[in-house]
Design a protein around this ligand. Structure first.
Ligand code: NAP
Length: 273
């Protein structure tokens, strides 16, 4: 999507992928300005470990504790996080609503994507944020971080995500989801073809908006479950697109050609326009 954007804007740069091991990260970051890069994206496992290696950290990346975009300014490296702001745009685009106005349940809040999204919901001031994770210990610290990030405006709750027991299914389905506007799946369940939905259709209320961060298929298993429940849903391609568009905007200090990027991304990920 970045090469398509660069070409559309007549910018003679290329986006390239570099495989950087953890013990090479510091040297690789130093090489970015030296080699004439305008910036970089960072992915797993470098999003958090890069922070002390950068010259400046944008406020939102600091509170999220992860950097996905690095920009070079006067030879210095600044770290940003565009995943959270990308989600805000994706929710607006998919459902025509503002994230800040929603009560949100996050499945898989203990992972990297889940944390970024939970903190973004808190920064937006969502009235209620429920952090669900299979391993509940992984979200207890996040609860305090999210409450702090919201300036104590958000009510942040924690719940387990082992749906194998009737009690857990009751809690998620009857208690949590009926009192929510939006459920965001940040687990990797449903990424591989043939995997089940992380939540069965009978637990999904029809009025719930369902956003699946998974983008490996246009119709993910969770979206199939949402459709069976009569609920509106969207896949994660829009979040991937908008985090990229925001990174482009940071690097080149101009608007990104979003529709060109979307077409390139759809072709790359799903093989279609
Ligand atoms: P991660 O850090 O490895 O986290 C994985 C999460 O999934 C954890 O919360 C984990 O729970 C949970 N999980 C895994 N298997 C599970 C199962 N069988 N039952 C219940 N929970 C399970 O991965 P990540 O980087 O956050 O990525 C997670 C998902 O987000 C992926 O599908 C990825 O494609 C998507 N993502 C999308 C975008 C986008 O732009 N659309 C960006 C980033 C990530 P435990 O903590 O209990 O292990």
């Amino acid at each position: 999507m970045h090469d398509a954007a660069l070409q559309a804007c007549g910018i003679s740069f290329r986006y390239c992928r570099l495989h950087v091991r953890s013990d090479e990260l510091s040297a690789a970051l130093k090489a970015i300005p030296e080699c004439g890069f305008v910036g970089a994206n960072l992915t797993i496992p470098h999003k958090a470990s890069a922070i002390p290696m950068l010259n400046r950290i944008d406020a939102s990346a600091e509170v999220i504790g992860a950097v996905n975009t690095v920009a070079v300014r006067d030879g210095k490296l600044t770290g940003y996080n565009t995943d959270g702001p990308g989600l805000v745009r994706a929710i607006r685009e998919a459902f025509g609503v503002e994230l800040k106005d929603l009560r949100v349940v996050i499945l898989g809040a203990g992972g990297g994507a889940g944390r970024a999204i939970a903190i973004q919901c808190a920064l937006e001031g969502c009235a209620r944020i429920v952090l669900c994770n299979r391993t509940t210990e992984k979200v207890t610290g996040l609860r305090a971080d999210a409450e702090r990030a919201s300036g104590l405006k958000s009510r942040v709750e924690v719940c387990g995500l082992d749906l194998s027991t009737e009690g857990a299914r009751e809690e998620l389905g009857k208690k949590l989801l009926y009192d929510a506007d939006l459920m965001i799946n940040c687990t990797s369940v449903g990424m591989q073809a043939g995997e089940p939905s992380p939540v069965p259709p009978e637990l999904l209320p029809a009025q719930l908006l369902v956003y699946d961060t998974i983008y490996t298929a246009a119709m993910t298993p969770l979206m199939v479950a949402a459709a069976a429940a009569g609920a509106r849903s969207a896949n994660g391609l829009s979040m991937l697109l908008h985090q990229g568009a925001l990174a482009f905007q940071i690097w080149f200090e101009r608007d990104a050609p979003v529709e060109t990027m979307r077409a390139a991304l759809m072709e790359y990920v799903w093989g279609k326009r």
